[in-house]
Ligand binder design. Structure first.
Ligand SMILES: Nc1ncnc2c1ncn2[C@@H]1O[C@H](COP(=O)(O)OP(=O)(O)OP(=O)(O)O)[C@@H](O)[C@H]1O
Ligand SMILES: [Mg+2]
Length: 510
């Protein structure tokens, strides 16, 4: 490690990473796939002891960059220098051995093994040919303690929360003596408190001279945690700047390629009659929830992660069985015991978890769009392919979905474009009550704006919108009224949002 001896104000000797040298340098990187140039000219440099944010719109090439660095993909051209030596790796394992570790949103831990077993997988500590569990446990405990957690190494990974699993992934990176830690949207499923804790850990890691590449669409966090920011647009690095020298507006302009006047579309809603009413809904963690939403209204549901919002949405949609509760649509009782019945009644749910539910990864973009909608384009039992394609192209255009061809497999779309594809599918079906569960998670600022425009448009058409969101600016910028959930119950309502601050909403949620 290239570190210099520095004496701090109290005269203590502190080794501080040299923040001017380069740990990892990427110049003129190119990577294409059939039909798309995912990276046309990628470059950035990462210094030891630096948190470097990589941002850009959906499909800009961020994840592809990571996959090249970790040996998932081979570059077509360009130069990568790691600790001043040419860097070429053939597989993720190979990159791990070199000290480059990526942590993705989908974890790679084995759920039914213990923390220690996961940490030592493939590098077991043996004594006389036998795995020494006690030594492994002790070492695991030490590394976990270094991360400020007292998790028991014998705990099964399956019983850990998302944040805890992330910690184990970080612990594994430390065990591999990672020099570069890459995190692709690491905060998407964390509560605000867990995010703070993660940031403390990341700051601690860079103190030790590790370089961190931090990929995120959450610009607040990018500004909070990073030292420098590299912006990619359409596969090209357009800028690397000191974080402190950029304003939010400037960053957005670099990402989108034009200034964005406002992050939320203006729009006056004119809520009409009550369209959908829920009474005494209970099931799973959800306890006795009642509310109604009007035609043309955007009703926000706020709360912390784990407050039961997603579970409530699933009950509304018939995806999980409820213990009690009744639904009324336009004043008439409807029974919803399955997603099929919900869809037939005109209720749809856009889930936060695009991979787990809804998107068929091995099918094409067009097939995913058509799923559940085929009947709309049928005549005399035959699917009218022209109408199907017209509808598809219309939505691809209006949502600005980036695909190379209708036949592109869903798994090869960038994260944000997968999300948009799901929205496209639901918009095509004629629903009257639309529940959005974290609709902009993983979506870039420009696309968020487009999503907001769509939500507003749907409300203007008279649909009843329920918007579940952890992003308070989104709740305040979009909704007519807000309900706050806590521990499975509705604990507050704000019916007039003028002058309401994020703190006001938080106060009801904690
Ligand atoms: N294996 C693949 N095969 C074909 N195309 C791919 C593949 N992987 C990525 N792409 C395409 O390359 C482009 C860049 O995708 P990438 O996943 O790197 O974007 P991203 O910046 O990570 O976006 P997001 O913010 O939405 O996650 C996209 O157009 C994507 O569809
Ligand atoms: Mg990505």
């Amino acid at each position: 490690m290239s570190s210099s001896e520095i004496t701090d104000a109290d005269g203590r000797n502190t080794a501080s990473p040299d923040k001017t040298s380069s740990l990892l340098g990427v110049v003129g990187l190119r990577k294409g796939f059939p039909g798309v140039q995912a990276i046309a000219d990628g470059s950035f440099d990462l210094r030891p002891g630096e948190i470097h944010a990589l941002v850009g719109e959906n499909g800009a090439g961020k994840s592809t960059m990571i996959k090249v660095l970790t040996g998932v993909h081979q570059p077509d051209d360009g130069e990568i220098l790691f600790e001043n030596a040419p860097y070429r790796v053939s597989s993720p394992l190979d990159s791990l051995r070199r000290g480059m570790v990526a942590i993705y949103q989908e974890f790679t831990l084995i759920p039914f093994l213990s923390i220690a077993d996961n940490l030592f997988l493939g590098r077991e500590i043996t004594r006389g040919g036998l795995v020494s569990s006690s030594e492994q446990d002790a070492k695991a405990r030490e590394i976990l303690a270094q991360l400020g957690t007292s998790l028991d190494p014998s705990t099964r990974v399956a019983s850990l929360s998302v944040a805890e699993q992330q910690l184990v992934e970080i612990a594994r990176a430390l065990m591999a003596e990672a020099r570069v830690l890459i995190m692709d949207e690491p905060t998407a499923s964390l509560t605000p408190r867990e995010v703070e804790r993660l940031f403390v850990i990341l700051r601690d890691l860079v103190e030790q001279g590790i370089g961190i590449l931090f990929v995120s669409h959450r610009l607040n966090e990018v500004f909070e945690i990073s030292d420098r920011i590299t912006v990619m647009r359409d596969g090209v690095t357009v800028a690397t700047e000191e974080t402190g020298s950029l304003s939010r507006e400037q960053l957005i302009e670099l990402m989108v390629g034009r200034p964005l006047e406002s992050e939320f579309p203006r729009g006056e809603s004119t809520p009409g009659q009550v369209m959908f009413r829920v009474e005494h809904l209970s099931g799973g963690p959800v306890r006795d929830v009642s509310f109604s939403v009007r035609s043309g209204e955007i009703l926000g549901i706020s709360g912390l992660m784990g407050a039961g919002r997603t579970e409530m949405a699933r009950l509304l949609f018939g995806a999980d069985g409820r213990e009690s509760g009744t639904f009324e649509l336009d004043g008439k009782h409807v029974d919803i015991s399955s997603p099929r019945e919900a869809i037939e009644a005109g209720i749809c749910l856009l889930n936060e978890d695009r991979k787990g539910q809804g998107l068929v990864l091995c099918a094409s973009a067009l097939e995913n769009f058509a799923l559940g909608n085929l009947r709309r384009w049928s005549r005399f039992g035959m699917i009218d392919r022209r109408r199907e394609m017209d509808a598809f192209e219309g939505k691809v255009g209006s949502l600005a979905i980036k695909i190379s061809a209708p036949s592109q497999r869903a798994e090869n779309l960038s994260g944000g474009n997968q999300q948009k594809l799901l929205v496209a599918r639901w918009l095509e079906s004629d629903s009257r009550v639309i529940v959005f569960d974290e609709p902009t998670r993983g979506i870039d600022v420009g696309a968020k704006y487009e999503m907001y425009v769509i939500i507003r448009k749907l409300a203007a058409e008279g649909k009843a919108i329920v918007l579940i969101s952890s992003e308070l600016p989104e709740i305040l910028g979009m909704c007519d009224r807000v309900l706050v959930m806590k521990a499975g119950r509705m604990t507050g309502e704000i019916s007039d949002l003028s002058g309401v601050t994020q703190e006001d909403v938080m106060a009801l949620a904690v």
